[in-house]
Every structure is written in structure tokens, then in C-alpha cells.
Design a protein around this ligand. Structure first.
Ligand SMILES: Cc1cc2nc3c(=O)[nH]c(=O)nc-3n(C[C@H](O)[C@H](O)[C@H](O)COP(=O)(O)OP(=O)(O)OC[C@H]3O[C@@H](n4cnc5c(N)ncnc54)[C@H](O)[C@@H]3O)c2cc1C
Length: 382
């Protein structure tokens, strides 16, 4: 029986705990918050995320909760078309690409799990060694021993910072706003409107609800500090009619999630007996929409390995498979961010628009590569 501590009951931590249910691994799952917190805004899940949800047995419920994305459109801020792509052809027909409220995704992962979570718990000190980890948790008197600690506590992971050296996130210089509005839209598909160093994405969640994502280059956080609704009205006032319709649908009860984008870099996915999953391993700008997909790939693989191999072998195999993929997604996401920052000046915009017209949406090429290089899904070979 392996004693495992998962730190963080977010998307990755909950998914790992679900996968390890009824196995030879005894899981303790701790969460800093005192209860499951409500989640705001929406989330888009490409095909590789949906494939991983199949492995958790949650794909059918995910499809019911989400809106299928079968095309993606890119337009200039004024609505002039730039490029588009279909997600109905191979390899994207392996599972649906979906958009849904973030709360709906969390509801699926949280279902029946509250009893397994030690809420209001944090690691205060860790003694990491080749044999295991002694962990001090805030409300316990004595340290507890675990064979393995899994850091699933997000991009600002305290666990990572306790076990690894120099892994603080780096600010990327972009502010983002996310929110959901009620607005009638029939048969709509996601549209990315690209301006200078700012952009606005509309992703329908249903025929009456849309998820909006807006961003601007903001190295000194001047936009981040301002009230979201009026700032968005000012920044995007010259954008095309669909964006104006979303801005007009903002009400006093609209909840905004405002973030400064960050990324992390680690040279290994584990240190002795502490291993990283999810954003703790590959937190980065969300341009490729790979956060959930990579996190679920991490935990499905880790669960397969630690239930079949000795812990040390499992960690080596995990690192070999996950690290190159995580690094590629981080680098590519940062590259996309740099392109959007450089689009403030017209040569940058010209290059961005030319690349889009020639190659199509950059996330489509990335998803194709990631699907091609993904480890085979055991269910597909049965
Ligand atoms: C602006 C933006 C838009 C995004 N859009 C998308 C998208 O459309 N699609 C997509 O796939 N991804 C998207 N992402 C990325 C996605 O949100 C993350 O990849 C995902 O939430 C990571 O899940 P996680 O469980 O690894 O970490 P988190 O979701 O951060 O969960 C960490 C959990 O650990 C808990 N915790 C934190 N610290 C501690 C501690 N010290 N002790 C105990 N518990 C702790 C937290 O309370 C939380 O419950 C986006 C990210 C951003 C910033």
C-alpha cells in the first residue's frame, strides 16, 4: 500500500484522487480553501482534454454539460475575416472539443468527492528524501510520513517551492478578463477578434450564454488595477458588433475573473519523492487551451504508473514522458504571447495576420501535433 498525499483539490488533484479510488494507493487529499469555492467564467477543452475525461469515465457527462465547438474563426477587430478551421475532421473527431462554464467542469470532478477532501489544510514544512516525505500540515501536531507527495496546488504551488529550488512563476506582462454574459446566439461558434496588442474571444456556452475572454499587453499592470466593466468598454469600443453585443450584455451582477498571465519552468517534474502535476508543472499562458488537457494527461499517466511500478521507476517514466511535452506547450504558449505583444506595432500585426492567413489558427497546428504525439489511450487498444 503506497501512502500518497495530494496537495490541492483543483482540477488535477481531484482527477488524480478519482483515478486512484479503489487501488493499492492510500490517498490523502488536502485543500487550502475551507470548502469547494464557486468557479467563475468558462473554459474551452480541446480534443485531448476530452479524451482524458473518457479515461476518468466523465466524458458523456462532460458532453451534456458543454457546447460542441466544431469551427473556430479568427477576425480582425473590425470583423474582417482572417482565417478559420474545422474541428470535424481527423484527428479532431476522436472526441469533441467543448466549451462550458468552469463550474460545470468542477461539478463533474467534485461529484461525491467532498468527503475525501481535508479542507482548510496546507503543508507548512516538508522533509523530502529518497525514501519518502515527512509533511507538516497546518492543523496537525506531528509530521506525517508519505511515500509520495503530489503537488497539484496550481501555478503558485507552495509544495513546488518547498521541494524545488528557484521555481517561482514569471510574469508574462498580459492582463486578462474572463466573464459570462446572457445573450441570445443561434448556431454560434468561437470567434477570436484580434486588435493591436489586445484581443477578445467569444465562445458560446449555449444558445443564451457566452463566455468572453479579453486580454491586453500590460507589463506594468496599469489596466489590471482598473474596474473591469468600464475598462473593457473603453478598450474594446472600436471592436466589431458581436463584441459590442457582449459588452452591452454586462450587468452589475456580471462576475469578472482578472488575471496577470504567468509561466513557470522546472528542469524536472519531480524532486526526490515530490512530483508535480497540472499547473504546478506547466502553468503558462492559456493560448493553446492546454491547461486542463495536460493536467489530466499528467494524472492519468501518474495513476497508471504508480499502481503498476515501484515509485522510483514510476517517477522516472513519468518525467521522461511528461517533461518534453510540458516544455513544448510552455514555449509555444509564450511564443504566441510574444506575437500578440508585438502586434502593437503594424509590422508585428502584419506578420501575425500573414501567419494566420497562411497557416490557419496556431492552436489547431499545436493540437494536431499534441494528438499525434500523445501516449496511446489504453481504452482505444482494448
Ligand atoms: C486566463 C486563463 C484562462 C484559461 N483558460 C483555459 C481554457 O480555456 N482551457 C484550459 O484547458 N485551461 C485554461 N486555463 C488553464 C487552467 O485554468 C489551468 O490549467 C487549470 O486550472 C489547472 O488546474 P490545477 O488543478 O493544476 O490547478 P488549480 O486549478 O490552480 O488548482 C489548484 C488547487 O490547489 C489549491 N491550493 C493552492 N495552494 C494550495 C496549498 N498551499 N495547499 C493546499 N491547496 C492549495 C487551490 O485552492 C486549488 O483548489 C486558463 C488559465 C487562465 C489563467
Amino acid at each position: 500500500m503506497i501512502k500518497l498525499l495530494i496537495v490541492g483539490a483543483g482540477i488535477s488533484g481531484l482527477a488524480l484522487a478519482r483515478r486512484l479510488n479503489n487501488t493499492n494507493v492510500k490517498v490523502t487529499l488536502i485543500e487550502r480553501d475551507t470548502q469547494f469555492s464557486p468557479a467563475q467564467a468558462g473554459i474551452c477543452l480541446p480534443t485531448n482534454a476530452a479524451i482524458q475525461m473518457k479515461r476518468l469515465g466523465l466524458y458523456d457527462r462532460l458532453r451534456k454539460a458543454g457546447q460542441q465547438i466544431d469551427h473556430i474563426y479568427y477576425q480582425k477587430a473590425n470583423g474582417a475575416p482572417l482565417t478559420s478551421a474545422s474541428l470535424l475532421e481527423p484527428p479532431f473527431n476522436k472526441a469533441e472539443c467543448l466549451s462550458l462554464p468552469r463550474q460545470a467542469l468542477l461539478d463533474l470532478l467534485r461529484y461525491n468527492m467532498a468527503k475525501n477532501v481535508c479542507f482548510g489544510s496546507q503543508v507548512t514544512k516538508m522533509s523530502n528524501s529518497e525514501a519518502g516525505v515527512f509533511v507538516h500540515i497546518n492543523h496537525t501536531a506531528k509530521p506525517e510520513f508519505f511515500d509520495l507527495v503530489v503537488a497539484a496546488d496550481g501555478i503558485n504551488s507552495t509544495t513546488r517551492q518547498l521541494a524545488f529550488k528557484n521555481t517561482k512563476p514569471r510574469n508574462i506582462g498580459i492582463t486578462t478578463w474572463r466573464f459570462i454574459v446572457e445573450h441570445e446566439l443561434r448556431d454560434a461558434q468561437p470567434i477570436h477578434f484580434l486588435g493591436d496588442d489586445h484581443s477578445f474571444v467569444i465562445a458560446p456556452l449555449s444558445s443564451t450564454q457566452s463566455y468572453c475572454y479579453a486580454q491586453i499587453a500590460d507589463p506594468i499592470h496599469q489596466w489590471r488595477k482598473l474596474p473591469p466593466a468600464s475598462t473593457l468598454q473603453t478598450l474594446f469600443s472600436h471592436y466589431a458588433a458581436p463584441v459590442q453585443a457582449m459588452l452591452a450584455a454586462i450587468t452589475p451582477s456580471t462576475r469578472f475573473v482578472v488575471d496577470s498571465l504567468e509561466s513557470i519552468h522546472t528542469s524536472s517534474s519531480f524532486e526526490l519523492r515530490t512530483v508535480l502535476v497540472g499547473d504546478a508543472l506547466h502553468g503558462c499562458p492559456p493560448h493553446l487551451l492546454q491547461g486542463v488537457a495536460l493536467g489530466l494527461e499528467d494524472v492519468n499517466l501518474l495513476a497508471d504508473l504508480i499502481t503498476r511500478f515501484p515509485v522510483d521507476d514510476a517517477l522516472e517514466m513519468y518525467n521522461e514522458e511528461r517533461l518534453p511535452r510540458a516544455h513544448w506547450v510552455i514555449q509555444e504558449s509564450i511564443r504566441q504571447t510574444e506575437i500578440s505583444i508585438k502586434s502593437k506595432a503594424w509590422p508585428g500585426r502584419f506578420i501575425r495576420n500573414t501567419l494566420l492567413r497562411q497557416n490557419g489558427p496556431s492552436e489547431i497546428a499545436a493540437w494536431r501535433k499534441l494528438l499525434k504525439e500523445a501516449a496511446p489511450n489504453p481504452e482505444d487498444t482494448q
